[in-house]
Design a protein around this ligand. Structure first.
Ligand code: MUC
Length: 96
């Protein structure tokens, strides 16, 4: 199942910068592992914002929920999820 996910990262004022850099490094490692697995299929930076637009390919809603809530930066994220299905006119066979 494919999902469009928007993640807006909000860094709280007064957040320990060293701790935040550690969380960012942990997030990057997890992200790159999920990319290699094919679970986190695509990511784009939203220009001018600490946000990304991503496409996830997971088994079900529960897997996506568990994955998102286990991300190191999850406590700082506002997450929006949109379920996707194949468009009938699509020429691509990997978009389902
Ligand atoms: O940078 C972000 O948008 C937040 C998060 C998503 C992937 C990653 O490495 O960090």
């Amino acid at each position: 199942m494919l999902f469009h996910v928007t993640m807006d990262v909000h860094v709280p004022h007064g957040c320990d910068p060293v701790r935040f850099e550690q969380l960012k490094a942990a997030e990057k490692a997890r992200f790159q592992q999920l990319q290699r697995d094919g679970t986190w299929r695509h990511i784009w930076r939203v220009v001018g914002r600490y946000s990304n637009v991503s496409i996830f390919d997971v088994e079900d809603n529960a897997q996506l929920h568990d994955l998102l809530t286990s991300l190191p930066l999850y406590p700082f994220m506002e997450v929006k999820v949109t379920a996707l299905c194949r468009h009938p006119s699509s020429l691509h066979d990997d978009d389902r």
